[in-house]
Write a protein that binds this ligand. Structure first.
Ligand code: A5P
Length: 227
């Protein structure tokens, strides 16, 4: 495993200390969340955790969980006890950008129904303001997506429809497209949140403001908890 993967795993392992037997757990998406799902599967198989149910945020996370024998349920009105997910950027105030894996809409639904929402990542993800390094993904419905993109251009320095490895438009698990916005300068995230949420055609976007309770950031020799 590379040093970077080890850091991601260390952050994930700190987060799963919050997972106790009998809990319903939101299973995030991405290379860091994979470590958390793997660790939950391992604890279940060793009998260190019992009666866990997982709510996956993507088809990929569902497939991983099923392969590890983690029982899967749909998100119900009772929500999840804890949700653990990666992030693309997080500020010291725990505002985040998510969605470079394309699962932002399901991730936000699950996180918004979590008693405790924990972000995990390595030190590259810690920024002083949102948009400092990462693009902001916005999920849009395919109908008139180029018109929606035209509206979104007013909120960004640059933007690009996401493509897959075959150079076709990337499609989310929800059958939608993603437009990646380069913000270009420090923006008021609350205002941008409102602007994007009010744009017809936008399903959801990667701003996760005031949602996380904790973040575990892994450095070379330590994991820092932000709360
Ligand atoms: C998935 O849609 C994303 O929100 C991921 O959680 C985020 O992109 C972090 O992914 P990595 O852990 O792979 O960096």
């Amino acid at each position: 495993m590379t040093d970077l993967e080890i850091r991601k795993q260390q952050a994930a392992h700190r987060a799963i200390e919050h997972v106790k037997s009998g809990m319903i757990v939101g299973l995030g998406t991405g290379s860091t969340a994979r470590h958390a799902i793997a660790a939950i599967g391992q604890k279940l198989s060793r009998g260190e955790l019992r009666n866990i149910k997982g709510v996956p945020t993507s088809a990929a996370s569902k497939a991983q969980a099923v392969s590890l024998g983690i029982p899967i349920i749909e998100l119900g009105p009772g929500g999840v006890d804890v949700a653990i997910d990666g992030m693309d950027e997080v500020t010291p105030e725990l505002d985040a950008i998510k969605g470079l894996g394309g699962a932002l809409t399901r991730e936000k639904i699950v996180a918004s129904h979590a008693k405790v929402f924990i972000l995990i990542g390595d030190e590259r993800k810690l920024v002083s303001y949102l948009g400092e390094r990462s693009a902001l993904p916005v999920e849009v419905i395919p109908f008139a997506w180029e018109a929606t993109q035209f509206t979104l251009a007013g909120f960004a320095e640059a933007l690009v429809p996401r493509k897959n490895e075959c150079d076709k438009l990337f499609m989310t698990d929800n059958g939608n497209y993603i437009i990646d916005l380069t913000l270009g300068e420090q923006r008021d995230p609350q205002q941008l949140n409102c602007e994007l949420s009010c744009t017809p055609g936008v399903v959801d976007h990667g701003l996760f403001l005031g949602m996380a309770d904790l973040a575990y950031i892994a450095y070379e020799n330590r994991v820092e908890e932000l709360s």
